[in-house]
Design a protein around this ligand. Sequence first.
Ligand SMILES: Cc1cc2nc3c(=O)[nH]c(=O)nc-3n(C[C@H](O)[C@H](O)[C@H](O)COP(=O)(O)OP(=O)(O)OC[C@H]3O[C@@H](n4cnc5c(N)ncnc54)[C@H](O)[C@@H]3O)c2cc1C
Length: 473
Amino acid sequence: MAVKMTRRDLIRSLSASGLVTAGSLLPIADLLAQDLKPAVRGPQPPAPRAPLAPARLQVNKVIQPEREIAVLRETDVLVVGGGPAGTAAALAARRLGVDVTLVERYGHLGGLATGGLVLAIFPLYDRDDKQVIRGIGEEMMQRLDQLKFGIVDRGQAPLYPVVDAEAFKYVLADMTLASGMHIYLNCWGVDAIIDDRNAVKGAVFESKSGRQAVLAKIVVDASGDGDIYAAAGASFVKVKDNIGLVSRIGNIHEVDMIGDDAEHQAGATGAPVRKRPTQGAPVTTLDGKVGSHTPVEGVNWLNMKGPVADGLDVDDLTALELKHRIALWKNIEQVRKKPGDESAFLLETAPQMGVRLTRLLDGITSLTSEMTEKQKTHDDVIGYSGTYANNPEFQIPYGALVPARTENLLAAGRCIATDFKVADTTRLIPVCWVTGQAAGIAAALCARDGSQPRNVAIERLQEELRKQGVHLG
Ligand SMILES: Cc1cc2nc3c(=O)[nH]c(=O)nc-3n(C[C@H](O)[C@H](O)[C@H](O)COP(=O)(O)OP(=O)(O)OC[C@H]3O[C@@H](n4cnc5c(N)ncnc54)[C@H](O)[C@@H]3O)c2cc1C
């Protein structure tokens, strides 16, 4: 349990660490004080140790002995994964007054939209350029509107907004902390907890604190990869897709153009060209590509398609991380050869690998391309996807979030139940906001009533979605 630090304790500890001199407390100090345990620098008194149970090598097999796992927390709704889907799910659930715990493996929130440097937010609009994705995602963008360098190209359909990753991390930290949810960062979900009926009861996490459990009434798997539903035994389809590594380039004053090389070359030598930018379309080759503009003048983001690989295979992930970074370095060297771009530099390669799709849930409804192309309407609609890649806008059914058999569990984000073709749209950031928000509300309703996700009263779910600003048509 977190211990509150008094102001005096905080000043003392900051003074001891040289962060503050007498009478000049940093303005962020009160924020830093929240939830910190009092700490003294240097050797610490011995802490009670959990009984050791290391894995054992037995006749060429590594055996993990059975052991009891400490319970870190009990909660109503546990959301695993703090990307677009997970943050939307956690915020939406919290608004229904239930206790929410959000767990994320990295040290920031936002998933691929921040750590993956995927900065373009599409598809938001229908074919008439009307914005069909609103709700919590729209609230996040409104928060970004208020920040200098937070977001550009808002409300300019068919152009899509582009965000700044750090501004977005800030907004998400602020919104989640203010909501009163409980957050664990740097905490990796490694297993599901199930009871003797195979119903999910929580998840096991690994962190610097060791292996700990969070018990929950309902779990939302927003890991993007369906890590928790796979561990719980839910059925799914494994898929492979292109894996890239997105980056940002600094000191750059042109953007890549779609198809028109002559125009592109003109941009390289003259004034910045802002006509027909790629809007984040992934490049297939890195022959001096400069990417698309961001909210910060002189900074571009460079999307990357990458080869098809297995996003669940540590060998593939390792090889691509290393090779992509080499390719991006060589790309920037090529960029610098262009007259006018001599000062361009590789500002940042994404800390988070660009994995698109890995697992697709077997849900009570699987959203198929036939349904989306014919714009099938669903009684259990939870929101829309905008039009993307020449496909029309379409409705998303709640059934695509609910596992076909496993109980107490919902999926949100890029790992929901769709076919591979539809997943190319449902994996996009605003659509992940939609499925996340609906999963969060459904989870909260179930936690309050003690009911199952498959039995959620659709009218109540839709009523709450409307109250939270979601467009249902
Ligand atoms: C290269 C690339 C380019 C793209 N371009 C665009 C674009 O231009 N526009 C657009 O809208 N979309 C784009 N997308 C798609 C979009 O970025 C993602 O599909 C979207 O962010 C998915 O959201 P999510 O919340 O489902 O998953 P993620 O964003 O992957 O978030 C999942 C979160 O869960 C965490 N996590 C994973 N496993 C665990 C675990 N076991 N325990 C705890 N935490 C875990 C992750 O660290 C992450 O924070 C692109 C994707 C890629 C890869």
